[in-house]
Design a protein around this ligand. Structure first.
Ligand code: NAD
Ligand code: LMR
Length: 326
């Protein structure tokens, strides 16, 4: 077996972590031949709870679990790590929008951004804690780690959108490709059905009900997080953990030919998204494991309007956190 890959997970006593940690430790994410060392970060009042999670991880006797470090210090958690999964932060409750969390959760990512300077030189960072685009922006701006290592999770939105299109068109989810969710992980996000495909054909040729696509489809994806909170009393957890695994996998595995995935990465100015914003865009992973934004896609004036609205929201969030940006 090779050297352990070192993975930091923040919010390790929380509900998403409780779903993701066992799947990482089992070898599902990085492979059955790659040992994993987990650095679990929590706040002091949750250290007992995270010790319990660690006991359960040990009790699984996973052959790939090389070790666990428990800490309430970001500098310890991020020392020498190859991956940082930044989940720890407060979830919203019923009636809240994700942006309502920005004042509570944003400051967490200042210190964590600085502490990421202790990571290994190949570190990759995924932000899940909401509002994840702006939290990622804060971490990136407070860190010396190159901007192209940072991403925020739009994958749950992509998975939700794919599942809906599959059901509506009576196809398996594997038939749906080229699905990008543009902008912010918020209720203004734009799930792009115009460039998505079903069995290689444009979605709009297969599902000809344009009003359904423009209204029911878009709003169902936009509001899915809130609908789950309303139903469960708690925000999505197992599906979020699953999407986080998909997101990380898609950042180290080359994207299938002609397909793309949804991720919020640092914009280079493409499609009018301000350079430096953490924006949901169509993304491909190259053979060398680096990412590129898929350029040259066409958005109808209606879709461009949707994207402009969510871009304005991202700009407004950036304004709210401007004092937290170095
Ligand atoms: P949770 O309340 O169950 O767990 C959060 C954990 O984070 C808690 O154990 C808490 O003690 C810990 N924490 C708080 N501040 C911390 C800090 N500074 N350092 C380390 N740990 C800290 O919440 P959850 O359901 O696991 O959700 C976590 C976050 O993920 C929320 O902000 C939620 O809104 C977000 N989320 C995002 C997506 C997405 O698609 N991007 C999906 C689902 C949930
Ligand atoms: C989700 O999309 O399920 C999460 O971001 C949780 C939320 O607050 O909606």
């Amino acid at each position: 077996m090779s050297n352990p890959i070192r993975v930091a997970v923040t919010g390790a006593a929380g509900q998403i972590a409780y779903s993701i940690l066992f799947r990482i430790a089992s070898g599902q994410l990085f492979g059955k031949d790659r040992p994993v060392h987990l650095n679990l970060l929590e706040i002091p009042p949750a250290m007992n709870a995270v010790a319990g999670v660690a006991m359960e991880l040990e009790d699984c006797a996973f052959p790939t679990l090389a070790g666990i470090t428990l800490t309430d210090q970001a500098e310890v958690a991020f020392d020498g790590i190859n991956w940082a999964l930044l989940i720890g932060s407060r979830p919203r409750g019923p009636g809240m929008e994700r942006a309502d969390l920005i004042k509570i959760n944003g400051p967490i990512f200042v210190g964590q951004g600085k502490a990421l300077n202790r990571s290994a030189s190949d570190v990759r960072i995924m932000v899940v804690g909401n509002p994840c685009n702006s939290n990622c922006l804060i971490a990136m701006n407070n860190s010396d780690v190159p901007n192209d290592r940072f991403s925020a999770m739009m994958r749950l939105d992509q998975n939700r959108a794919k599942a809906l299109l599959a059901t509506k068109s009576n196809n398996p989810v594997t038939a749906i490709s080229n699905l990008a969710v543009w902008g912010n992980h918020s209720n203004k996000q734009y799930p792009d059905f115009e460039n998505a495909r079903i069995n290689g054909r444009p979605v709009t040729e297969v599902i000809t009900d344009l009003p359904w696509l423009q209204t029911t489809f878009v709003t169902t994806v936009q509001e899915r997080g809130a609908d789950i909170i309303k139903a469960r009393g708690l925000s999505s957890a197992a599906s979020a953990a699953n999407a986080a695994l998909d997101h990380v996998t898609s950042l180290f595995q080359p994207t299938a030919d002609k397909d793309w995935i949804s991720a919020a990465i640092c914009s280079n100015g493409a499609y009018g998204a301000d350079a430096g914003l953490i924006c949901g865009l169509p993304v491909r992973t190259r053979a060398d494991g680096t990412q590129e934004i898929v350029e040259g896609l066409t958005l109808s004036p209606w879709a461009q309007g949707q994207f402009n609205t969510v871009l304005d929201e991202l700009r407004a969030e950036r304004e709210v956190v401007k004092d937290l940006l170095k």
